[in-house]
Design a binder for this molecule. Structure first.
Ligand code: BGC
Length: 248
């Protein structure tokens, strides 16, 4: 079964046709730049361009960088504040003339990683996937079941929102060396570990392309493993979510 999986990120909006049973891309992905400011109409327009590129009118899944409850956006840490309260499913459906299901981007990536990536090998227990990119997204799994919209990227660490200090965007913005960034991320992991005591922490997002750069600096009681699906996880998971929602 093919579904168009879209991942709305801070710098790019990526799309690809996904084979949902295999958890694989059916061809090349297309990445278009995220419109400056990430406003709803403009983002919807880019989504439409993606659907047109793939000549797609079937089911669409969209990984979205905020809390999403039943298609309605609830927060806006890295996107325009006019998204809050907006029914993204309806906005995208009208624009694309296709059935669209929207889900938190980290939850989407986590679901894909658990089913088709490193998560396949893991025993039962508590697993948290962190997507480290423009923000820090989180997906919490208890015995393989997702607890949606956890938002652990916004834990307050030393009086500050964690993702402001420890995301990959913060590393680039502050021109930190990997070691300097890892110190900040270590502090974040210590707080997270002390609060939820996971068995495993999977590190995904843009940063997971180069795990050897930072893993040697990190220490954690919970086992830390880099994600396998890297930047494809969001698109694959969004497609999986759309199929599951459409079948309900
Ligand atoms: C948002 C999350 C999102 C994460 C990664 C955070 O700022 O609050 O909902 O998953 O960024 O995009």
């Amino acid at each position: 079964m093919a579904v168009l999986g879209i991942d709305f990120g801070g710098s790019g909006i990526k799309g690809a046709l996904i084979d949902v049973e295999k958890g694989q891309l059916l061809g090349e992905r297309l990445r278009l730049p995220t419109p400056e400011g990430g406003k709803p109409q403009e983002v919807a327009q880019v989504m439409k361009q993606l659907a047109e590129h793939f000549q797609w009118h079937g089911l669409v899944g969209c990984g979205f960088p905020a809390v999403v409850l039943h298609g309605v956006v609830q927060s806006a840490a890295n996107i325009d504040s006019s998204w809050v309260g907006m029914d993204a499913n309806t906005l995208f459906r009208n624009q694309l003339d296709a059935e669209v299901h929207t889900v938190n981007d980290a939850d989407a990536a986590g679901v894909a990683e658990m089913r088709f990536g490193v998560g396949r090998e893991l025993p039962r227990g508590v697993v948290v996937m962190l997507t480290v990119g423009t923000g820090i997204g989180s997906a919490l799994f208890v015995d393989g079941h997702l607890v949606p919209n956890t938002e652990f990227g916004h834990l307050i660490v030393d009086g500050k929102d964690a993702e402001r200090r420890a995301s990959d965007a913060a590393r680039k913005r502050k021109q930190l060396s990997w070691e300097e960034w890892a110190k900040r991320f270590q502090r974040y992991l210590d707080v997270l570990n002390a609060l939820i005591w996971p068995d495993v922490i999977i590190i995904g997002g843009g940063i997971s392309k180069e795990p050897e750069r930072f893993l040697p600096y990190l220490k954690s009681r919970a086992k830390i493993i880099p994600a396998q699906l890297q930047n494809q996880a969001g698109m694959i998971g969004a497609a999986m979510f759309a199929l599951e929602s459409a079948q309900q």
